[in-house]
Design a protein around this ligand. Sequence first.
Ligand SMILES: C[S@@+](CC[C@H](N)C(=O)[O-])C[C@H]1O[C@@H](n2cnc3c(N)ncnc32)[C@H](O)[C@@H]1O
Length: 290
Amino acid sequence: MTKPEHKNDFEALYNLRDPGPYYRGLEPADYRMPGVVSGLIRACGERLRAARRQDARPLRLLDIGCGFGAVGTLLRYDIGMRDLFTYHGGHSQADRGPSAWEADKGFLAGKKRDVPPMEIAGLDIADRALDYAKSIGAIDQVFAENLVANDPSPALIDWLATTDIVMECGALAILYEPGFRRMIEASVPNRPWFLLCPRPDADRTPVVETLNRLGYQVEELLAPTDYRKCLSAREEAEVISVAAKLGREGADAYSGGYLQVPILLFRHQDDCDASVSDLLQGWRDEGANS
Ligand SMILES: C[S@@+](CC[C@H](N)C(=O)[O-])C[C@H]1O[C@@H](n2cnc3c(N)ncnc32)[C@H](O)[C@@H]1O
């Protein structure tokens, strides 16, 4: 296909066996969020775990809309988004199919980070992307679910009962759909923390209202930061116009050629003993290429 010029153009690239077209499509946009979020979890994961519970079980994460597992890849391997862009820019434009898996495992071999153990589950509608993410070791557990149309599966509800952090970056409109809200409701007995990075052109109100109703408070861990560039003048005009209708204007929505996205932490009101500044000690914005 021709180069993506709009977020919707990626729909044809999400469920391939080969992540190459996805990363090559994002490279001109300098998509940064997996680098930012993985840097935060790497720096603060052990403090987040200790703030949530006393036992020794590793931090347990659920990555919503994880796709090819960019966040898990950067958590577990000593590379950044720019390394992924360079690597995937270096092979053919064609979909490499399943042969991508062995080649990419070879690329990652020897790059393992020395990080505390974590259990990472990935949820996505794109089952091939999930299988790829598991095959390269980016995630441990796969939930191939449609969070727009369907209620969470019993297996997902089980995972929510023990997960510490439910996170997303780039999950787009899934967040704002009833399926996602039902998943939040299903997680209530365990009260996981939610780490969300909502785009300025997506209406976050329904999910914030759901979390507030369930007793969650929101804190901004990172003020709006560079998410990615727009891929065309058409996309830029649309983002700015939709964001303005949602009350996000100027540098809160779009600045220096980049869409602006905050990192928001939602914790239950009875579970906010640790201050955010304590939790975030030592975290630096590792950017697109740590
Ligand atoms: C912009 S991509 C982000 C992927 C990944 N988080 C990253 O940062 O590279 C959005 C993801 O949402 C997934 N998605 C779209 N609709 C979905 C749905 N209804 N249920 C679950 N996942 C969905 C897509 O398959 C895609 O992998």
